[in-house]
Design a binder for this molecule. Structure first.
Ligand code: ACM
Ligand code: ZN
Length: 559
């Protein structure tokens, strides 16, 4: 009896879906660059169960995207499309090559065209007409982005037909670097959770996963030549509860990623066109490693893996030659596991108290002939020497270093990339020096902060209410008042950072991320003239229904 009542209720709800709910809406998040859609209700293509997706089946990437699309359409609507690679009459075509390029090529003037930018390589065009839907891209990545847009345009209703208004959608991202940082060191997140986060990133067009792997509170990357490092360095005896008020949970806490697991993450991310940038934070934030190798600290230890939050005074001893051997061993294995052209070396928050008193560090300063020039202390210059050693090592392996903005203080070589976190000042200075810059200023991009003013409405997290979704949305990474047009080209993108001192479980991580990643995605993808907060909030509910559908938590009550 109960079952049949429920069934009846389901039928009524189902019948209650209006035609408007069955129609696709291409105004998704992030908003495509250009949408020309026909508003005449008869000018629609009807996408139905049983229709096919055609693609070049010899292309593994296209085959994968076709499968993703099949899965996404079914997830949103229940419509089951068929994979029909060779069917010229299929409803959906995945097409390599943009018509605009073919037209240009036929004109001689374009034979000496400048190489395409990374953003142009991600461009796509979606065409919907009476023949069906074509997703075209210069490269498979563009077709993947197009498929995500198509997915997000679908109504989230169980139906067997969706009306797709005839349209031409042309799109490409504004920035080449569109990042999300997850701190897996303060708290450990499983491979499954990271995969779910990568799926959510791809949904928003993000393409760089900054993986914060090492900290005072735990070392989480397996180094085969140093097996004790992750085995022991990953475990803290207990964890402070809430802010550092001297109350602890009394529970050992640990977890690390084997190299096989890291490779699995890299593979999974690459299938979603996301690059994984590992961060080994040095020479500060190293107490997890010092616990295992106390000889690498200035005082010799002992150093427990840190059980409270905050920055440790205990850092790697820069005057000990074993320190550089240690770093090269670790970074050598990092390069073996992660193909990323960028390797993040942290460089932030390295207190110099120990170096000032350490005979080895002071001897190194003398040996290097460092003198205080009034701007940079000798200890800051010693950190710069560490950075340069590490940078040379990475350059020899064809990698570029990314450092937090502190790394700028002693001077960097041209190829180094600066991640500006203490506001935008470091980013501006770096761009003026010609470095590539990723803008991630704490007051706009630190999504570990609460996102609602009313603290009672949300779980407790770090700091104050300074990074609401609207604040994230309001950020402009290229600063025309501070940078010349040429210097603005140095800003390669933006990133939001999810630090996890207070965020110990996956649901909370997604709650902190969403919908702020939606807001950030328009900073990362859209041009400033396209951005409009009210319009964004009007488009968000459909994306939130998709969050519900895929089963990720998000914060309600946008501010
Ligand atoms: C940082 O937040 N210390 C980069
Ligand atoms: Zn020292």
């Amino acid at each position: 009896m109960k079952k049949s009542l429920l069934f009846l209720l389901g039928l009524i709800l189902f019948a209650g879906n209006t035609d408007a709910q069955m129609t696709a809406d291409y105004r998704v998040i992030p908003l495509p660059k250009s949408i020309q859609a026909n508003t005449n209700p008869t000018q629609v293509f009807t996408l139905k169960t049983g229709m096919g997706i055609a693609y070049d089946a010899t292309n593994a990437e296209l085959s994968r995207t076709a499968q993703f699309l099949q899965q996404w359409v079914e997830e949103a609507t229940g419509i089951r499309l068929a994979l029909t690679p060779k069917d010229k009459k299929a409803a959906i075509h995945l097409q390599i090559g943009l018509d605009a390029d073919k037209k240009k090529k036929s004109k001689k003037a374009y034979t000496n065209a400048t190489p395409l930018t990374e953003q142009q390589l991600e461009a796509y065009v979606i065409t919907v007409n009476n023949h069906g839907i074509t997703l075209a891209g210069r490269q498979p990545v563009g077709i993947f982005r197009a498929a995500q847009t198509l997915r997000k345009s679908l109504p989230l209703v169980r139906t067997d037909a969706v009306l797709m208004p005839y349209a031409v959608i042309e799109d490409e991202p504004r920035f080449s670097y569109r990042g999300v940082l997850l701190d897996c060191a303060r708290h450990f997140f499983t491979v499954e959770t990271i995969k779910q986060m990568l799926d959510v990133m791809a949904l928003h067009g993000s393409n760089q996963f900054h993986w914060h792997l090492t900290e005072d509170q735990g070392w989480r990357f397996e180094v085969k030549a140093l097996p004790e490092l992750a085995l022991k360095g990953s475990i803290r005896e207990q964890t402070v509860i809430g802010p550092n008020a001297g109350i602890y949970d009394g529970e050992p806490y640990g977890g690390y990623y084997t190299q096989d697991e890291c490779r699995e993450i890299v593979r999974y991310a690459a299938e979603r066109y996301i690059n994984v940038i590992p961060e080994i934070d040095l020479p500060g934030h190293m107490q997890g490693a010092l616990h295992v190798y106390p000889n690498l600290g200035c005082t010799g230890g002992p150093y427990p893996v840190k059980t409270e939050w905050g920055v440790s005074r205990e850092v790697l001893c820069a005057g000990n030659p074993e320190t550089m051997r240690f770093l090269k061993t670790v970074l050598g294995e990092v390069c073996d596991v992660f193909p990323s052209k960028f390797i993040h070396i942290g460089g932030d928050e390295c207190p110099k108290n120990r170096w000032k008193e350490c005979p080895k560090c002071q001897a190194k300063i003398k040996e290097l002939g460092l003198v205080d020039d009034g701007k940079h202390s000798v200890e800051n210059q010693l950190q710069t020497w560490v950075n340069h050693e590490v940078e040379d090592f990475l350059l020899a392996r064809g990698r570029n270093l990314i450092g937090w903005d502190e790394t700028l203080e002693g001077g960097l070589t041209e190829s180094a990339v600066v991640m500006s976190w203490r506001g935008v000042k470091g980013g501006i200075e770096a761009a003026r020096q010609g470095h590539r810059v990723i803008m991630s200023p704490n007051v706009f991009a630190y999504i570990d902060h609460p996102q609602l003013k009313d603290v009672a409405k949300q779980p407790r997290t770090i700091g104050g209410y300074i990074v609401s979704a609207s604040k994230v949305y309001s950020f402009e990474p290229v600063l025309p008042d501070s940078l010349t047009v040429e210097q603005q080209q140095c800003i390669i993108g933006q990133q939001v950072n999810l630090w996890t001192e207070y965020i110990g479980y996956p649901e909370f991580a997604f709650y902190q991320l969403l919908p702020r990643l939606g807001a950030a995605s328009e900073v990362q993808w859209c041009r400033p003239e396209q951005k409009d907060w009210d319009d964004f909030t009007a488009r968000l509910p459909r994306l939130e229904r998709l969050y519900d559908r895929i089963g990720v938590k998000y914060c309600h009550g946008l501010e």
